[in-house]
Write a protein that binds this ligand. Structure first.
Ligand code: ADP
Ligand code: MG
Length: 317
């Protein structure tokens, strides 16, 4: 399903379990990410959407090497990120960065904005004479003026703080940014501004994004491609327009049905897909218990099927 252009990031069969219970006799694990494959092209936004607990942040952390994988492969510009030389590791750290949900906790309150944005430059040994200009450029590219550099995070609004987090994320000119729910803590009008800023950075600076959100409406506004996640598994992935217009997986259909786009205030949250139709079946489709169209065949795990510019995890495609 992937396009022909070479991928900036290529993830294959990535899996991660967490230990949730340990007794003398037994260890119990939870599969947070289950055999996930996808790629992010150059100058591309891949949106990852799924309800809370579906494994979105774990995927983000794995590809930034903030946590260890169990199995699978992650390649950044063709290189396996888990076997980089020290020099390559430095380049990888420089060329990837992250924006988190809550700018209140992700910015150090004791640092001025200028220091916050400068920190990655210090970490990466950028000479002093280059730093000032890079910090000024980054804050402007994030839509703030230089007067902000002398202020503290507590003096800023939520949207302004998120712009600072973005300035910090772009100051080293990365190729890929993992944006983990960057708009979820913001008011709807401010959300739009941040989405537009991300679009602008993609278009003007050719930065690729892995954009994570529980909100399909938000993901749909800026993604070139979309990956729909449920319980650590990909339900559907492919071209964003195709998926939004003509969803193939029952879960994606439910998500789209619960989004009246003309009335963003009334729209239901992704977490509001509460129906449980039947008991889960071990080894069956992971969406079995909540699927409105499941049949007996769904007690067996479905294969991924390729149709219409995407891959879908469902027997009935
Ligand atoms: P999302 O970002 O989609 O809300 P996460 O990736 O944060 O989901 O988490 C996926 C699942 O993995 C959740 O059930 C979560 O509780 C579990 N999980 C995440 N991190 C850990 C951890 N360090 N230890 C144990 N369980 C974890
Ligand atoms: Mg998360």
């Amino acid at each position: 399903m992937e396009s022909n252009s070479p991928a900036l990031l290529k993830v294959e069969n990535l899996s991660k379990k967490f230990l949730i219970k340990k007794s003398l006799l037994k260890k119990e694990f939870f599969k947070a990410v289950d055999n996930v494959s996808f790629s992010v092209g150059y100058n591309q936004v891949l949106g990852i959407v799924g309800e809370s607990g579906s494994g979105k942040s774990t995927i983000g952390r794995l590809i930034l090497k903030l946590i260890k994988k169990d199995s699978g492969e992650v390649r950044f510009e063709g290189k396996d990120i888990y076997s980089l030389s020290r020099k390559e590791e430095k380049i990888f750290r420089r060329e990837t960065s992250v924006i988190f949900q809550d700018p209140k906790t992700s910015l150090n309150p004791r640092f001025k904005i200028g220091q916050i944005i400068e920190e990655p430059l210090l970490i990466h040994g950028v000479p002093k004479k280059e730093r000032k200009k890079k910090v000024e450029d980054a804050v402007k590219d994030a839509g703030l003026d230089e007067t902000f550099l002398d202020r503290y995070p507590s003096e800023l609004s939520g949207g302004q703080r998120q712009r600072v987090a973005i300035a910090r994320a772009i100051v080293l000119n990365p190729k890929l940014i993992v944006a983990d729910e960057p708009t979820s803590a913001l008011d709807v009008s401010v959300q739009l501004q941040i989405i537009n800023l991300i679009k602008k950075l993609k278009n003007e600076k050719k930065i690729s994004f892995l954009f994570i959100s529980h909100d399909l409406n938000v993901v749909g506004m800026l993604s070139d491609r979309i990956l729909v996640l449920y319980r650590g598994k990909i339900m559907e992935k492919g071209d964003a327009r195709h998926i939004l217009k003509n969803p193939a997986h029952p879960y994606t259909k439910i998500l789209i049905d619960s989004l009246p786009p003309e009335h963003p205030k009334d729209r239901k949250k992704l977490d509001a897909v509460p129906e449980i139709y039947r008991e889960d079946v071990e080894g069956g489709c992971v969406f079995y218990s909540r699927c409105p169209v499941a049949q007996d065949i769904c007690k067996k795990e479905p294969p991924y099927k390729t149709i219409d510019n995407r891959e879908v995890y469902c027997h009935f495609v």
